[in-house]
Ligand binder design. Structure first.
Ligand code: NDP
Length: 444
């Protein structure tokens, strides 16, 4: 058996109850085959793949808190510190009822390669809890965040592990967690990113992931002889990534026409109105039925269906495995020519394969949504030098990083005879730097 097959079999056996983690490992290792085969002897002897697929450590802890009725509630907290070969662990905290160890491991594994692709010195990690902030009062969210950080603070630090936001963890949650970290440790340091502007946050961090998706799509289209101007875009999600992807799409002269949440989706033929969407999601924290009340030409549909809308470009920006084989077929049938993943692993393996086989330009999440973590690393730099950069300065660095990422993965794909396969290109480019650092640092 080849080295890749050996390791895949071992990972499947050891993590059988974690399908999302297995999916992520399979996608990465399959596309790394040419690189591994070319260096099989060294990598096998150094157990590079076994080491990269096994987290440095995984923490699981009890998070007790008191609800508004005086009832004690208990959630489970996680932090998976996956690989710090090129820098301190870095990755968000997901607060969602679906969270369990397998989700955090898949996200942490992806984060290793994504962070490497940014070109910045950050390792891979991820964390979160099965706590659901939806429907909780601000006091309940604070009680949870303080309890969560009471344990987490023992394992993180500005040069050790720097968590950030993700699904369910926005500015409010980061603020509560930062306050508790400071209170327990007495340290005022850049231990979390996505902080508020009054206490060390970076301008443009809120916008970064969504903007970054559009910057890389713009570059991918240019390099393939196409122009984003005037194109119709289907976007899923209605959270941080989706909102700012929608905003930047408008700014680049495209027309984003959809958004969605876990209840349903909206088609707005006039183009999604960002101010209305922000008001519904960021201010009222309401469902998308509120959006159509303010936009009479827009339609609301219950359930799934956003990928049935005719579009040129599709940007899945909600959650994992939301774009499945049937959706991929509908997109191709409707003339879509490019897909970029704003969310982490939103496209199933079968759907990705179908899209690529049908000539769709496909930019994977670890490249397309890397603008978020890249700007988090810029926030870390500003915290270290105790300075704040302007919005334009951060935004222009972000744009440069996204353009650079695209060329890195394009070049890596070409070097291994896989021109246009940006999934392979992203995995190879991300992997090469991490492995180089691992080999240099010996057996650890
Ligand atoms: P938010 O919590 O702000 O928004 C998530 C959106 O996706 C919401 O509209 C939510 O709807 C929807 N959603 C979540 N779960 C489901 C589901 N099971 N089915 C349908 N819709 C769902 O998260 P973000 O925008 O921050 O994150 C979105 C994705 O982008 C995630 O995969 C995240 O890991 C990834 N990402 C985020 C980065 C960031 O900087 N924020 C950086 C890089 C990647 P509802 O409100 O109804 O739950």
């Amino acid at each position: 058996m080849s080295y890749v097959d050996d390791v895949l079999a071992r990972v499947k056996k050891q993590n059988a109850a974690e399908p999302e983690f297995l999916q992520a490992v399979e996608e990465v290792l399959e596309s790394l085959r040419p690189v591994i085969d070319a260096n099989e002897e060294v990598y096998r002897k150094q157990a590079i793949l076994e080491r990269i697929c096994e987290p440095d450590r995984q923490l699981k802890f009890r998070v007790p808190w008191v609800d508004d009725n005086g009832q004690v509630q208990v959630n489970t907290g996680y932090r998976v510190q996956f690989n710090n070969a090129i820098g301190p662990y870095k990755g968000g905290l997901r607060l969602h009822p679906s969270v369990y160890l397998g989700i955090i491991k898949f996200l942490g594994f992806e984060q290793i390669f994504k962070n490497s692709l940014t070109g910045l010195p950050i390792g891979g990690g991820k964390g979160g809890s099965d706590f659901d902030p939806k429907g909780k009062s601000d006091r309940e969210v604070m009680a949870f965040c303080q309890s969560f950080m009471t344990e987490l603070c023992k394992h993180i630090g500005a040069d050790v592990d720097v968590p950030a936001g993700d699904i369910g963890t926005g500015a409010r949650e980061i603020g509560f967690m930062y306050g508790q970290y400071k209170r327990i440790t007495g340290k005022y340091e850049g231990v979390l990113t996505g902080k508020g502007l009054s206490y060390g946050g970076s301008l443009a961090r809120t916008e970064a992931t969504g903007y970054g998706v559009l910057y890389i799509v713009d570059e991918m289209l240019k390099c393939n002889g196409k122009d984003i101007k005037g194109k119709t875009i289907a976007i899923s999600g209605a959270g941080n990534v989706a909102i700012y992807a929608t905003q930047k799409a408008h700014q680049l002269g495209a027309k984003p026409v959809t958004c969605s949440d876990s209840s349903g989706w909206v088609y707005d033929p006039d183009g999604i109105d960002v101010a209305t969407l922000k008001d519904v999601k960021e201010v009222k924290r309401a469902r998308l039925t509120e959006y159509v009340k303010a936009r009479p030409n827009a339609e609301y549909h219950e359930g799934r269906g956003v990928w049935t809308v005719k579009c040129d470009i599709a940007l899945p920006c909600a959650t994992q495995n939301e774009l499945q084989l049937d959706d991929a077929k509908a997109l191709v049938a409707n003339g879509c020519f490019a897909v970029a993943e704003g969310a982490n692993m939103p496209t199933t393996l079968e759907a990705t394969k179908y899209l690529q086989e049908n000539g769709i330009l496909f930019c994977p999440g670890k490249a397309a949504n890397a603008g978020g973590v890249a700007t988090s690393a810029l926030e870390m730099s500003q915290n270290s030098e105790r300075l704040s950069w302007t919005f334009e300065e951060v935004d222009s660095k972000l744009q440069g990083i996204m353009v650079n990422i695209f060329h890195n993965l394009d070049d890596a794909a070409k070097r291994y005879g896989k021109e246009g396969d940006y999934v392979a290109g992203a995995n190879i480019a991300g992997f090469e730097k991490v492995v180089d650092a691992m080999l240099a640092q010996g057996v650890c």
